[in-house]
Ligand binder design. Structure first.
Ligand code: S3P
Length: 202
């Protein structure tokens, strides 16, 4: 049930049980560039909705018993990408859940089709500065381990954003508390599933 006294148009007014049942077996699939918050926001979104959170990269690492960096270094990117397609297709059979995908996953047409058939995709759109500030803190991303991570990121964003834009829904993830991004996602989902302004109709 929505919270008593919550403003219509605020995330607290959304009937979360109704929202989850409207998903059916579809998963909420978060897509977007490295550092856009797919995992951190995804975990919080899953807990808000009472759904399981699954991180595709972690599942790939578990299946391969290697880290993503090790897979890139030992087998190369094409090998990683084909494993990524298989793992995401399998995970999509286990919905509803919140599924965070790696930043390159949505570039695959096969994966986009799988997500369209079995999920609801949300692009977490962030600006360059926010994303760079986040990814600089961690060195676990093989694509950015080169002399010009900023140039690489600019190029990746330019190449990929038109494809991320094919996601069903877009939420702009600014440098605000994660719970605020979760609120925005909940409202965006409610608008999509129930119609604009119908967030608390059950
Ligand atoms: C990649 C993003 C990473 C990971 C791999 C490749 C990419 O995931 O899948 O390093 O191509 O953008 P995150 O987006 O979770 O960092």
């Amino acid at each position: 049930m929505p919270e008593k006294g919550a403003d219509a148009g605020s995330a607290d007014a959304v009937d979360l049980e109704h929202l989850v049942s409207a998903l059916g077996t579809r998963s909420i699939v978060l897509v977007g560039i490295m550092g856009c918050g797919k995992s951190t926001v995804g975990k919080r979104l899953a807990s808000r909705l009472g759904l399981e959170f699954v991180d595709a990269d972690s599942e790939i690492e578990r299946a391969a018993n290697m880290t993503v960096s090790e897979i890139f270094a030992e087998h190369g990117e094409p090998y990683f990408r084909s494993g990524e397609e298989r793992v995401i297709a399998r995970l999509l059979q286990e919905g509803p859940q919140v599924l965070a995908t790696g930043g390159g996953a949505f570039m695959s047409e096969t994966t986009r089709d799988e997500i369209n058939a079995n999920g609801l995709s949300i692009w977490l759109k962030v600006d360059f500065e926010t994303v760079m500030a986040r990814v600089r803190r961690r060195s676990t991303r093989p694509l950015l381990r080169n002399p010009d991570p900023e140039g690489t990121m600019r190029k990746l964003m330019a190449d990929r954003e038109p494809v991320y834009a094919k996601a069903k829904l877009t939420v702009t993830s600014k440098d605000v508390p994660h719970e605020a991004v979760v609120d925005e996602i909940v409202l965006t989902l409610a608008d999509h599933l129930f119609g604009p302004g119908q967030s608390n109709v059950s």
